[in-house]
Write a protein that binds this ligand. Sequence first.
Ligand code: SF4
Length: 550
Amino acid sequence: MIAALLPPPAALGMPEKFDRWRPGQAEAVLRALDSPKRFVVLGMPTGFGKSLAYMAASVLGDEPTVFLTSTKGLQTQLVTDFGPSGLVDIRGMNNYPCKEANANGRLFGRENPVACDEGPCLAGWKCHLADGGCDYFDAQKLAKSSRLTVTNYAYWMAVNGQFRGQADDNSARPLGKRGRLVLDEAHASVDELGDYLAVEIGHWEIEGVLGRNFPESQAMEGWRTWARHLASECEQHHERLGNEIRLGVSNNRRSLSRLRELRDLGRRLDAIAKTSGQDWVMEEARDRRGRRVVRFDPVWPGAYAESSLFLNVPKVVLTSATIRPKTLELLGVPEGSYEFLEYPSSFDVHLRPFIWVPTVRARHDMDPSHARMWVAKIDAILRTRGDRKGIIHTVSYARRDYVLRYSEFARHMLTHDTGGIQRTVEAFRESGPGTVLLSPSVGTGFDFPGADCRFQIIGKVPFPDSRSKVLQARQERDPDFFAYVTAQNLVQMAGRGMRSADDWCETIVIDDNWQWFSTKYKSFMPQWFREAWQKSVNVPPPLQLTARSR
Ligand code: SF4
């Protein structure tokens, strides 16, 4: 009925392939447009067609809109689909080649192409392309003047962060005055905000770039004083090198990279110096290359959501399959200022069962008899599913190792260490029936449609790592914090193998923590997911029987 109130999507300028509204889409468009609240939350499951809904609402709403995605892949997907409808893409400077430096190899070297984030104009070099002809600055100008712009969370916050406090009405900001902000994958916005605010400094940077010793651990106030001092030192180095580049004394590829290093380090030190209050946590960690770093995180990123993410934009639409009211609480959005709408899944619930098979409570210190029972249950599930591919989510490498050691099906398993995940996932996709992907880390960020995954085993309810100091601090503040993160992880995990209406995939959880967790925290999981829950005392027959009978 509501769909009849709107012309078909194509008549609104949407691509021809969207020839009609799917169930619920037209209502979502109208609610996003008409809600009296500043924040509209659209809980739309996979398969709903959320991008068409929020794009159509933005076209009808007539306000300049920015869409934020959490990955560049999603950003590219949106531009592919809606570029012909006027959507313009902008991303960080490192995604665009610097024509000036690359054409001027005599000065800047020819070894590696220079990206715009190392462009000599950032050192004050007069580049004739800055006002027209530079890929990055041209893209930014186009994005600023466009009514529909897509970018990623990181770029939106970084590019506006440089101008924080200068333009409250957001008209002078690099992407212009915006009437509407759409957060895609909005369940990830809390982490995106936290990652943007977090500051990581490597020991090697202080020792190698600035030639200083890295200090011992100290109280937050001590770190601020340290950072203030080094930020100004960094600025002096930056200015000196910038002058050398500008005057032609030091023009080479290495100088441009060093200038960028100094600029980045200076910004991070400045960010530490400007933190306020005791609500920051510092912890020692290792970066992806195993080098020592210190990381500073705000305990409560939501306190900075307005100043870093929402930026006084009058209307904010949040869309996600897994978003909950708790997400809004973590973003610091007051209860009365948002409307929360939740839509049903169009995927047949019988084709995506989520089955708890009572086994044992999976713990990191399970006694050997329980651990053997746990692996025996995995093997019992695999024994009846040798004709298809599936995934075992182990949640930790220690549990992965245990399965590899004791499962009778270990020879059919593909697994990886921290560095080789992408390669292993590709090998799994190319493998034949009977292959099992054994992994602690494909619960989000990877999709396994169709025959790539017909069953999943969740070996452990994915509670967050309680050794992290910042997560501990958040849990101390909010006793439901760990449960919320766990619920998000679970819903994401269960969705990896069910990607379209004609897909099918069963998920079997063998951790008995599921029993109390699902009872106590069911409100942290969306209705479309809850309706798929089942319990089976024995290992259920493989889903294919059900699918064939349809
Ligand atoms: S404006 Fe800057 S980034 Fe762009 S081409 Fe010129 S030097 Fe490179």
